[in-house]
Ligand binder design. Structure first.
Ligand code: SF4
Length: 338
Protein backbone atom coordinates (compact mmCIF):
# COMPACT_ATOMS: atom_id res chain seq x y z
CA UNK A 1 0.00 0.00 0.00
CA UNK A 2 1.39 3.48 -0.74
CA UNK A 3 2.89 4.85 2.49
CA UNK A 4 4.11 8.12 3.92
CA UNK A 5 7.28 8.63 5.98
CA UNK A 6 8.99 11.46 7.82
CA UNK A 7 9.42 13.43 4.57
CA UNK A 8 5.86 14.63 5.14
CA UNK A 9 7.21 17.62 7.09
CA UNK A 10 9.07 19.02 4.08
CA UNK A 11 7.88 17.33 0.90
CA UNK A 12 4.80 18.15 -1.22
CA UNK A 13 4.55 14.60 -2.61
CA UNK A 14 5.42 12.48 0.44
CA UNK A 15 3.28 9.44 -0.43
CA UNK A 16 5.56 6.90 -2.06
CA UNK A 17 4.86 3.88 -4.16
CA UNK A 18 7.38 1.19 -5.11
CA UNK A 19 6.61 -1.82 -7.25
CA UNK A 20 9.90 -3.55 -6.41
CA UNK A 21 12.04 -4.23 -3.40
CA UNK A 22 15.67 -4.18 -4.46
CA UNK A 23 17.21 -2.76 -7.58
CA UNK A 24 19.88 -4.06 -9.96
CA UNK A 25 21.17 -0.74 -11.28
CA UNK A 26 24.04 -0.98 -8.78
CA UNK A 27 24.48 2.73 -8.19
CA UNK A 28 27.44 3.04 -5.86
CA UNK A 29 25.90 5.94 -3.95
CA UNK A 30 22.54 4.24 -3.39
CA UNK A 31 21.04 4.50 0.10
CA UNK A 32 17.92 2.53 -0.73
CA UNK A 33 19.20 -0.87 -1.69
CA UNK A 34 22.28 -2.87 -0.82
CA UNK A 35 24.99 -3.13 -3.44
CA UNK A 36 25.33 -5.89 -6.02
CA UNK A 37 21.70 -6.90 -6.05
CA UNK A 38 21.09 -9.49 -8.71
CA UNK A 39 17.85 -10.27 -10.52
CA UNK A 40 17.11 -13.19 -8.24
CA UNK A 41 17.10 -10.87 -5.19
CA UNK A 42 14.49 -8.47 -6.56
CA UNK A 43 10.93 -8.96 -5.32
CA UNK A 44 7.58 -7.37 -6.03
CA UNK A 45 6.83 -4.86 -3.28
CA UNK A 46 3.60 -2.89 -3.64
CA UNK A 47 1.13 -4.31 -6.17
CA UNK A 48 -1.36 -2.96 -8.68
CA UNK A 49 -4.14 -4.25 -6.40
CA UNK A 50 -2.86 -2.11 -3.53
CA UNK A 51 -2.63 0.80 -5.95
CA UNK A 52 -6.28 0.33 -6.92
CA UNK A 53 -7.27 0.37 -3.23
CA UNK A 54 -5.38 3.62 -2.62
CA UNK A 55 -6.91 5.24 -5.67
CA UNK A 56 -10.36 4.17 -4.47
CA UNK A 57 -9.69 6.08 -1.24
CA UNK A 58 -8.39 3.40 1.13
CA UNK A 59 -5.91 4.88 3.59
CA UNK A 60 -3.59 3.39 6.20
CA UNK A 61 -2.24 4.91 9.39
CA UNK A 62 0.44 7.07 7.74
CA UNK A 63 -1.78 8.33 4.91
CA UNK A 64 -4.98 9.02 6.86
CA UNK A 65 -4.38 12.79 6.61
CA UNK A 66 -4.76 12.77 2.84
CA UNK A 67 -8.31 13.23 1.55
CA UNK A 68 -7.66 14.18 -2.06
CA UNK A 69 -6.01 12.63 -5.12
CA UNK A 70 -2.46 13.58 -4.20
CA UNK A 71 0.01 12.63 -6.97
CA UNK A 72 1.93 9.51 -5.98
CA UNK A 73 5.70 9.46 -6.21
CA UNK A 74 6.56 6.14 -7.83
CA UNK A 75 10.07 4.74 -7.76
CA UNK A 76 11.76 6.44 -4.80
CA UNK A 77 13.28 3.28 -3.34
CA UNK A 78 13.77 1.09 -6.41
CA UNK A 79 13.47 1.51 -10.17
CA UNK A 80 10.03 0.48 -11.50
CA UNK A 81 11.49 -0.17 -14.98
CA UNK A 82 14.62 -2.08 -14.01
CA UNK A 83 15.30 -5.42 -15.78
CA UNK A 84 13.21 -7.39 -13.22
CA UNK A 85 10.13 -5.71 -14.68
CA UNK A 86 10.54 -7.89 -17.79
CA UNK A 87 9.97 -10.91 -15.60
CA UNK A 88 7.30 -9.66 -13.17
CA UNK A 89 5.48 -6.96 -15.22
CA UNK A 90 4.02 -5.42 -12.05
CA UNK A 91 4.84 -1.88 -13.21
CA UNK A 92 3.07 -2.58 -16.49
CA UNK A 93 -0.04 -3.62 -14.57
CA UNK A 94 0.20 -0.41 -12.53
CA UNK A 95 0.46 1.67 -15.69
CA UNK A 96 -2.75 0.06 -16.89
CA UNK A 97 -4.42 1.08 -13.61
CA UNK A 98 -3.06 4.62 -13.90
CA UNK A 99 -4.31 4.82 -17.48
CA UNK A 100 -7.79 3.62 -16.58
CA UNK A 101 -8.16 5.88 -13.55
CA UNK A 102 -6.18 8.91 -14.82
CA UNK A 103 -4.78 9.15 -11.28
CA UNK A 104 -1.80 11.60 -11.25
CA UNK A 105 1.71 10.38 -10.52
CA UNK A 106 5.38 11.22 -10.86
CA UNK A 107 7.62 8.33 -11.81
CA UNK A 108 11.40 8.24 -11.37
CA UNK A 109 13.49 5.85 -13.45
CA UNK A 110 16.74 5.10 -15.22
CA UNK A 111 15.21 2.12 -17.02
CA UNK A 112 14.98 1.82 -20.81
CA UNK A 113 11.80 -0.22 -20.65
CA UNK A 114 9.69 2.90 -20.10
CA UNK A 115 10.51 4.11 -23.61
CA UNK A 116 9.77 0.85 -25.44
CA UNK A 117 6.65 0.91 -27.64
CA UNK A 118 4.56 -1.22 -25.31
CA UNK A 119 5.23 0.93 -22.22
CA UNK A 120 5.36 4.27 -23.98
CA UNK A 121 1.94 3.62 -25.41
CA UNK A 122 0.58 3.43 -21.84
CA UNK A 123 2.65 6.36 -20.56
CA UNK A 124 1.18 8.51 -23.34
CA UNK A 125 -2.30 7.79 -22.01
CA UNK A 126 -1.48 8.39 -18.32
CA UNK A 127 -1.68 11.58 -16.27
CA UNK A 128 1.98 11.66 -15.31
CA UNK A 129 5.29 13.46 -15.08
CA UNK A 130 8.43 11.44 -15.81
CA UNK A 131 11.73 11.97 -14.03
CA UNK A 132 14.87 10.50 -15.59
CA UNK A 133 17.89 10.35 -13.27
CA UNK A 134 20.88 11.56 -15.23
CA UNK A 135 23.96 13.41 -14.02
CA UNK A 136 26.88 13.27 -16.49
CA UNK A 137 28.74 10.67 -18.62
CA UNK A 138 31.31 10.03 -15.86
CA UNK A 139 28.54 8.42 -13.79
CA UNK A 140 28.42 5.44 -16.17
CA UNK A 141 31.07 3.71 -14.07
CA UNK A 142 29.31 4.25 -10.74
CA UNK A 143 25.87 3.22 -12.06
CA UNK A 144 27.16 -0.01 -13.59
CA UNK A 145 23.85 -1.83 -13.91
CA UNK A 146 21.87 1.08 -15.36
CA UNK A 147 21.55 2.28 -18.97
CA UNK A 148 24.42 4.58 -19.95
CA UNK A 149 24.23 8.37 -20.11
CA UNK A 150 23.68 8.38 -23.90
CA UNK A 151 21.01 5.70 -23.66
CA UNK A 152 19.10 7.68 -21.05
CA UNK A 153 19.17 10.77 -23.26
CA UNK A 154 17.41 8.63 -25.88
CA UNK A 155 14.73 7.78 -23.28
CA UNK A 156 14.13 11.50 -22.71
CA UNK A 157 13.87 12.10 -26.48
CA UNK A 158 11.22 9.42 -26.85
CA UNK A 159 9.05 10.54 -23.94
CA UNK A 160 9.19 14.34 -24.10
CA UNK A 161 6.84 14.79 -27.09
CA UNK A 162 4.12 13.13 -25.00
CA UNK A 163 4.82 13.93 -21.33
CA UNK A 164 6.74 16.41 -19.21
CA UNK A 165 10.21 15.02 -18.51
CA UNK A 166 12.42 16.39 -15.76
CA UNK A 167 16.04 15.37 -15.31
CA UNK A 168 17.13 14.48 -11.80
CA UNK A 169 20.72 15.57 -11.28
CA UNK A 170 21.02 13.48 -8.20
CA UNK A 171 23.39 13.02 -6.54
CA UNK A 172 25.12 16.21 -7.66
CA UNK A 173 28.86 15.92 -6.99
CA UNK A 174 31.01 19.03 -7.03
CA UNK A 175 33.95 17.18 -8.60
CA UNK A 176 31.85 16.65 -11.77
CA UNK A 177 30.53 20.21 -11.94
CA UNK A 178 32.10 21.09 -15.32
CA UNK A 179 30.80 17.93 -16.94
CA UNK A 180 27.33 18.54 -15.47
CA UNK A 181 27.34 22.09 -16.86
CA UNK A 182 28.20 20.65 -20.30
CA UNK A 183 25.49 18.02 -19.94
CA UNK A 184 22.79 20.68 -19.48
CA UNK A 185 22.90 21.43 -23.22
CA UNK A 186 22.32 17.76 -23.97
CA UNK A 187 19.36 17.67 -21.56
CA UNK A 188 17.78 20.68 -23.27
CA UNK A 189 18.41 19.26 -26.76
CA UNK A 190 16.79 15.98 -25.71
CA UNK A 191 13.62 17.87 -24.72
CA UNK A 192 13.83 18.08 -20.92
CA UNK A 193 11.32 20.44 -19.31
CA UNK A 194 13.42 21.07 -16.24
CA UNK A 195 16.25 19.88 -14.01
CA UNK A 196 16.08 18.90 -10.34
CA UNK A 197 19.27 19.03 -8.32
CA UNK A 198 20.19 17.47 -5.01
CA UNK A 199 23.70 17.32 -3.56
CA UNK A 200 25.44 14.12 -2.52
CA UNK A 201 24.75 12.89 0.99
CA UNK A 202 26.94 10.48 2.94
CA UNK A 203 25.86 8.61 6.01
CA UNK A 204 29.31 8.73 7.61
CA UNK A 205 31.21 11.91 8.45
CA UNK A 206 33.78 12.87 5.79
CA UNK A 207 36.58 15.39 5.67
CA UNK A 208 35.46 18.68 4.15
CA UNK A 209 31.74 17.94 4.61
CA UNK A 210 29.35 19.15 7.29
CA UNK A 211 26.62 17.35 9.24
CA UNK A 212 23.06 18.45 8.47
CA UNK A 213 20.06 16.53 9.77
CA UNK A 214 22.00 13.29 10.21
CA UNK A 215 23.81 13.34 6.83
CA UNK A 216 27.26 14.51 5.75
CA UNK A 217 26.81 17.07 2.96
CA UNK A 218 28.71 19.78 1.11
CA UNK A 219 29.10 23.03 3.05
CA UNK A 220 26.52 25.46 1.74
CA UNK A 221 29.21 28.01 0.85
CA UNK A 222 30.75 25.49 -1.57
CA UNK A 223 27.45 24.20 -2.96
CA UNK A 224 25.32 27.31 -3.44
CA UNK A 225 27.46 29.14 -6.07
CA UNK A 226 27.72 25.95 -8.15
CA UNK A 227 23.97 25.37 -7.97
CA UNK A 228 23.40 29.02 -8.94
CA UNK A 229 25.50 28.45 -12.10
CA UNK A 230 23.40 25.41 -12.97
CA UNK A 231 20.18 27.35 -12.41
CA UNK A 232 21.35 30.24 -14.58
CA UNK A 233 22.42 27.97 -17.43
CA UNK A 234 19.26 25.84 -17.22
CA UNK A 235 17.18 29.01 -17.57
CA UNK A 236 19.28 30.23 -20.49
CA UNK A 237 18.62 26.92 -22.20
CA UNK A 238 14.88 27.29 -21.63
CA UNK A 239 14.58 24.70 -18.84
CA UNK A 240 13.02 25.09 -15.42
CA UNK A 241 15.12 24.65 -12.30
CA UNK A 242 14.04 22.87 -9.12
CA UNK A 243 15.99 22.33 -5.93
CA UNK A 244 15.68 18.96 -4.25
CA UNK A 245 18.55 20.15 -2.06
CA UNK A 246 16.66 21.05 1.09
CA UNK A 247 18.90 23.93 2.15
CA UNK A 248 18.41 25.57 -1.25
CA UNK A 249 14.69 24.89 -1.73
CA UNK A 250 13.91 28.58 -2.14
CA UNK A 251 16.20 28.75 -5.21
CA UNK A 252 13.83 26.51 -7.14
CA UNK A 253 11.27 27.83 -9.61
CA UNK A 254 8.71 26.16 -7.37
CA UNK A 255 8.85 25.12 -3.69
CA UNK A 256 7.81 21.63 -4.78
CA UNK A 257 10.94 20.13 -6.31
CA UNK A 258 9.18 17.44 -8.38
CA UNK A 259 8.49 19.73 -11.33
CA UNK A 260 4.69 19.43 -11.35
CA UNK A 261 3.90 23.16 -11.26
CA UNK A 262 1.08 24.34 -13.48
CA UNK A 263 -0.23 20.87 -14.36
CA UNK A 264 -3.93 20.27 -14.02
CA UNK A 265 -4.79 17.67 -11.37
CA UNK A 266 -1.34 17.79 -9.76
CA UNK A 267 -2.04 19.13 -6.29
CA UNK A 268 0.61 18.29 -3.71
CA UNK A 269 0.48 18.83 0.03
CA UNK A 270 1.45 22.43 0.71
CA UNK A 271 0.78 22.18 4.47
CA UNK A 272 4.36 21.40 5.41
CA UNK A 273 7.28 23.14 7.08
CA UNK A 274 9.02 23.92 3.78
CA UNK A 275 6.09 26.11 2.75
CA UNK A 276 5.69 27.60 6.24
CA UNK A 277 9.37 28.61 6.51
CA UNK A 278 9.56 30.07 3.01
CA UNK A 279 6.31 31.98 3.28
CA UNK A 280 4.67 29.90 0.55
CA UNK A 281 0.94 29.42 0.44
CA UNK A 282 -0.38 26.39 2.27
CA UNK A 283 -3.72 24.75 2.61
CA UNK A 284 -5.15 22.43 5.27
CA UNK A 285 -7.85 19.93 4.44
CA UNK A 286 -10.58 18.50 6.73
CA UNK A 287 -8.78 15.14 7.09
CA UNK A 288 -5.68 16.87 8.49
CA UNK A 289 -7.76 18.23 11.37
CA UNK A 290 -9.10 14.76 12.15
CA UNK A 291 -6.28 12.34 11.33
CA UNK A 292 -4.67 11.07 14.55
CA UNK A 293 -1.09 11.91 15.42
CA UNK A 294 -0.19 8.31 14.63
CA UNK A 295 -0.26 9.34 10.97
CA UNK A 296 3.13 10.96 11.67
CA UNK A 297 4.55 8.05 13.63
CA UNK A 298 7.81 8.10 11.68
CA UNK A 299 8.70 11.35 13.47
CA UNK A 300 8.30 9.88 16.93
CA UNK A 301 10.25 6.71 17.41
CA UNK A 302 11.18 7.27 21.08
CA UNK A 303 9.48 5.09 23.67
CA UNK A 304 6.78 6.91 25.58
CA UNK A 305 6.23 9.72 23.09
CA UNK A 306 2.83 8.32 22.12
CA UNK A 307 1.33 9.09 25.49
CA UNK A 308 1.86 12.78 24.86
CA UNK A 309 0.46 12.61 21.36
CA UNK A 310 -2.66 10.55 21.86
CA UNK A 311 -5.05 13.48 21.77
CA UNK A 312 -3.35 15.29 18.91
CA UNK A 313 -4.02 15.43 15.17
CA UNK A 314 -1.89 15.63 12.04
CA UNK A 315 -2.46 19.39 11.99
CA UNK A 316 -1.38 19.77 15.66
CA UNK A 317 1.80 17.80 15.06
CA UNK A 318 2.81 19.75 11.98
CA UNK A 319 2.39 23.03 13.85
CA UNK A 320 4.11 21.65 16.97
CA UNK A 321 7.07 20.38 14.97
CA UNK A 322 7.57 23.81 13.49
CA UNK A 323 7.15 25.70 16.76
CA UNK A 324 9.31 23.37 18.86
CA UNK A 325 12.06 22.82 16.31
CA UNK A 326 12.11 26.05 14.34
CA UNK A 327 15.91 26.39 14.56
CA UNK A 328 16.42 22.79 13.49
CA UNK A 329 14.18 23.21 10.43
CA UNK A 330 15.78 26.52 9.54
CA UNK A 331 19.10 24.62 9.62
CA UNK A 332 17.97 21.96 7.18
CA UNK A 333 15.64 24.02 4.97
CA UNK A 334 17.55 27.28 4.51
CA UNK A 335 21.10 28.32 3.68
CA UNK A 336 21.62 30.17 6.97
CA UNK A 337 24.03 27.60 8.42
CA UNK A 338 27.45 27.13 6.85
S1 SF4 B 1 18.40 3.27 -9.59
FE1 SF4 B 1 17.89 4.20 -7.64
S2 SF4 B 1 17.21 2.48 -6.34
FE2 SF4 B 1 18.27 1.59 -8.10
S3 SF4 B 1 20.38 1.28 -7.34
FE3 SF4 B 1 20.29 3.27 -8.42
S4 SF4 B 1 19.89 4.79 -6.80
FE4 SF4 B 1 19.38 2.73 -5.95
Amino acid sequence: MPLCGSQVVLCDLPIRFDTYRGCTHQCKYCFATRKNYSMKDVRIDETHKQLINFIKGKRVQTTSWCDWDIPLHWGGMSDPFQPAEKKFRESYKCLEVFKETQYPFVVSTKGKLIATDEYLDLIKQCNCVVQISLVCPEFDIIERGAPKFAERLEIVKKIFPHKRVNIRIQPYMIEYHDSIMNSLEKFAEAGAYGVIIEGMKFIKAKKGLVRVGGDSVYPIGALKPKVAQIKEKAHKLGMKFYSGENRLRSMGDDLCCCGIDGLEGFKGNSFNINHIIHGGEFEMTPAMEKAPATSMKSLYQQAGSWEKLKSMTFKDIMINEYKNKEDYFKGILTDKKK
